[in-house]
Structure formats: structure tokens, C-alpha cells
Design a protein around this ligand. Structure first.
Ligand code: NAD
Length: 329
């Protein structure tokens, strides 16, 4: 299968590409992958180092908003797996415009090219954040969209655009919505890699508000396995949840990270809560489980231990990124 992977130099996209080329997905090895990525602050060719030079990989440095490059790379593909996005909520609070242009307009540019070139399947990667916040229970795929951050609103808009191209043009699309991911190669501005790298440097870590916000943490390899199942076996025009990790409050997660890094609570600084901070996300994954036999495989303790060990051993990957992004210590 020839697959165009947008955002393939980012955290999750690069995991998908490495797994697709090295046989770490349910569909097995043998895919030919073209990565389209414009290498924003969070995109990093070093994330593809383990597959550099692989005969199945082509890397194109380009923007999903650029119609001509998108047209060129989409021709001849069997599928598009669309990860490229601005992905950090805090950045969307500071400036929402790149979120609208990349996440909404960029998705529409890709959809038009995929339609023009009769690409077999368009697998759109989205997030549980499109539903807003839920105090109890879990969302099923038909829950109303009620995004709260500009990031979540831009992802909700892109989901609706993808589904509209199915209904209007009969395109073969799928949408996956996943919970919070963690793992190797995660840009060190997000909570787990930020806290781990700060603690490894002996710096304090910032905990938002009362620390009671709840997230479901899923290992990135399980997310990519779910995307691969949906790409190959999901029903056209359908939304599938991917989750089933471990629900933790940010305070509980902080406790686990402190223990993993051998630090105490004196290293935690309580900071003002994020504006519009959603209290809890929770996905019902009954549909992907029943239809596609999906189950997460990586337990949180083992996944977190691997992640912390990786950051400990790979300073040369994250130190320049923190400096470049101006992440204060
Ligand atoms: P990331 O920020 O690590 O990676 C995004 C990638 O997209 C980067 O390589 C970046 O260079 C590229 N990109 C951004 N704008 C682009 C543009 N205009 N043209 C081409 N490339 C562009 O993000 P991530 O955490 O890997 O997230 C990937 C996808 O998964 C996103 O769509 C996100 O909404 C979704 N998602 C993320 C999570 C999570 O926990 N991180 C959870 C659910 C869904």
C-alpha cells in the first residue's frame, strides 16, 4: 500500500511511520510511505532517524496548505493518513490563527487533492478534546461536539469537513478520536516530557490549578495500532474512538513522574490554571473493540518506565528542542 502520511515527523506521525516500515502495525511491513511535513517547531526529522534511508520512505518538506505540493504528493497514493496539525492547547490560547489555517484549511486542501486523485482512503486523526469536558461516564462516537479550546474547535471543524466530504462526495474517509498519548519522541512542551526533562535537570515542574483534571493516557504505539486497524478495516464514513489507557488526575500523574525520576513534591510548583481548562475527558472504546478487535497492549507502568528511560538516555534529542522552543527551566 502507498500511504501519504502528513505530519509524519511529529510525535505520533513518526511513530506510525517507524512502525509501518519496521513491521510494528497489525497490517505488517511492506507499506511505501511518503511523509509530508513542513517541520514546524514540533516537527523533527530526527524522529525518523531509525528509518532514515529505508527504501520504503520518501520525505517531502512541504506544507499541507500548499495546493501544488499537496497535489503532487497525493497523486498515486492508495491512502492518506492525516496527522499534520498544530497540536498544543496552550499555543492555541496564545494565537489561534495557525490552528485554523493548518487544521481546518490544510485538511480541506488535502481532501480536495485526495478526491481529485481518487485516493482509496482518507484516515483523519483527531482527538477526544472535540467533545469538551465530561464529569462522569464516557463519550460514545455520536456524542455532540462541544470543543472549548481553539485547538479543539479547529480539530472539530476538520472532523466535520472530513465527514462532509464523505456525505457530499462519497469519499472513503474515517475519523479516529484518541485520548492523551505518551511515549518516546514527544515534544518536551507537553506535560509528560516537560515534567520528565525538567526533573532530570533538577528543575521544578508547573502543575496547573488544583491538579484535579483527569486525562486518559494511552501509549503512542497503541494509538498507531488503532489507526492502522481503522485504516484497513474501518467502515467508510465512520468515527472510531481509540483509548482505553489509564485515567489519572494530573496530580496522580505528577506523583508517578516524581517517583519515576526520583524526585519529591518539593519539586512541584502550583501555577494558575489554564484558561478554559477541561476537567475530564473519557472515551467509550466499545465500537473499535467490537468491530475491529482493538485492545491496548502497553500497560501504563511499563510504558512510563520505558518513556522515562528513553528521555534519560536521549538528552541529545530533547535538549536542543527545549532551547530552540524557548521553554523556560
Ligand atoms: P506534533 O505537534 O508532535 O506533530 C505535528 C506534526 O505536523 C509536526 O511534525 C509538524 O511539523 C507537522 N505540521 C504542522 N503543521 C503543518 C503543516 N501546515 N503542513 C505540514 N506539516 C505540518 O503532534 P502530535 O502529538 O504528533 O499529534 C498528531 C495528530 O494527532 C494531531 O492531528 C493531533 O490533533 C492528534 N492527536 C494528538 C494527541 C496527543 O496526545 N498528542 C491525542 C489525540 C490526537
Amino acid at each position: 500500500m502507498r500511504i501519504l502520511v502528513t505530519g509524519g515527523a511529529g510525535f505520533i506521525g513518526s511513530q506510525f511511520v517507524r512502525a509501518a516500515l519496521l513491521g510494528g502495525l497489525p497490517s505488517g511491513p511492506g507499506a511505501r510511505v511518503t511523509v509530508l511535513d513542513n517541520l514546524t517547531y514540533s516537527g523533527n526529522e530526527a524522529n525518523l532517524a531509525p528509518v532514515r534511508g529505508h527504501e520504503g520512505l520518501t520525505f517531502v518538506h512541504g506544507d499541507i496548505r500548499d495546493r501544488s505540493v499537496v497535489d503532487e504528493v497525493t497523486a498515486g497514493q492508495d491512502a492518506v493518513v492525516h496527522f499534520a496539525a498544530e497540536s498544543h492547547v496552550d499555543r492555541s490560547i496564545a494565537d489561534a490563527s495557525p490552528f485554523v489555517t493548518t487544521n481546518v484549511l490544510g485538511t480541506q486542501v488535502l481532501l480536495d487533492a485526495a478526491r481529485r486523485h481518487r485516493v482509496g482512503r482518507f484516515a483523519h486523526v483527531s482527538t477526544d478534546e472535540v467533545y469538551g469536558s465530561i464529569d462522569e461516564g464516557s463519550w460514545t462516537e455520536d456524542a455532540p461536539l462541544a470543543p472549548n479550546s481553539p485547538y479543539a474547535a479547529s480539530k472539530a471543524a476538520s472532523d466535520l469537513m472530513v465527514l462532509a466530504y464523505h456525505r457530499t462526495h462519497g469519499m472513503d474517509v474515517t475519523v479516529t478520536r484518541c485520548s492523551n498519548n505518551y511515549g518516546r519522541y514527544h515534544f518536551p512542551e507537553k506535560m509528560i516530557p516537560l515534567f520528565v526533562t525538567h526533573l532530570l535537570d533538577g528543575r521544578t515542574v508547573p502543575l496547573y490549578g488544583d491538579g484535579g483534571n483527569v486525562r486518559d493516557w494511552l501509549h503512542v504505539s497503541d494509538h498507531c495500532r488503532g489507526i492502522d486497524l481503522v485504516l484497513h478495516h474501518g467502515r467508510p464514513g465512520e468515527v472510531y474512538h481509540i483509548g482505553g489507557g489509564t485515567e489519572l488526575t494530573n496530580r496522580e500523574l505528577t506523583g508517578r513522574l516524581l517517583t519515576a525520576c526520583g524526585a519529591g513534591w518539593e519539586m512541584v510548583e502550583h501555577v494558575e490554571d489554564r484558561k478554559g481548562h477541561d476537567r475530564r475527558y473519557s472515551l467509550d472504546i466499545g465500537k473499535i473493540r467490537a468491530e475491529l478487535g482493538y485492545e491496548p497492549r502497553t500497560g501504563f507502568d511499563a510504558g512510563l518506565a520505558d518513556t522515562v528511560a528513553w528521555y534519560r538516555d536521549n538528552r541529545s534529542w530533547w535538549e536542543p528542542l527545549k532551547d530552540k522552543a524557548g521553554i523556560p527551566g
